[in-house]
Design a protein around this ligand. Structure first.
Ligand SMILES: [Zn+2]
Length: 140
């Protein structure tokens, strides 16, 4: 009965742990990270600290979709990690060729995630350009 909630707890803990590690890494090497970020939807340069606020206020639909995408990608990556761990512990000794399956799953899900992000960004950018025509091409 309590096993399901325990699994969920472990998933949440590992997700927050990885994001914490990422946070520490980005603080350790601040010079490697650019200070401005070109908005992927409207193309405006935004301070990296303001990026989240910009997406939230200017592109709320994209922000909402992004959160959904992040949740999905975590789920996908964590299940890939679980598969990789399981492979190292058990499957590898039974099916040696399973390494390739794990690698294919990992690279496949990363590719799918990148592809969905890029195509969704393109769709949002197109929609933005349609509703916000650039001032240069003003028509009378
Ligand atoms: Zn923007």
């Amino acid at each position: 009965m309590g096993l399901k909630s325990r699994n969920q707890l472990e998933r949440v803990i590992s997700a927050s742990l990885i994001s914490q590690i990422w946070l520490v890494c980005s603080r350790m090497f601040p010079s490697r990270f650019p200070t401005t970020h070109k908005c992927r939807i409207c193309g405006v340069d935004v301070e990296t600290t303001e990026v989240r606020a910009h997406y939230r206020t200017t592109h709320p639909e994209f922000e909402g979709w992004g959160n959904h995408w992040k949740r999905l990608s975590w789920l996908l990556l964590i299940s890939d990690m679980a598969l990789a761990g399981l492979n190292l512990l058990i499957i590898r000794s039974v099916i040696p060729i399973f390494d390739y399956v794990v690698i294919a799953c990992l690279s496949g899900s990363v590719l799918v995630l990148i592809f969905t992000m890029v195509s969704k960004q393109g769709a949002f950018r197109e929609a933005w350009n349609r509703t916000h025509p650039s001032p240069n091409s003003s028509t009378t």
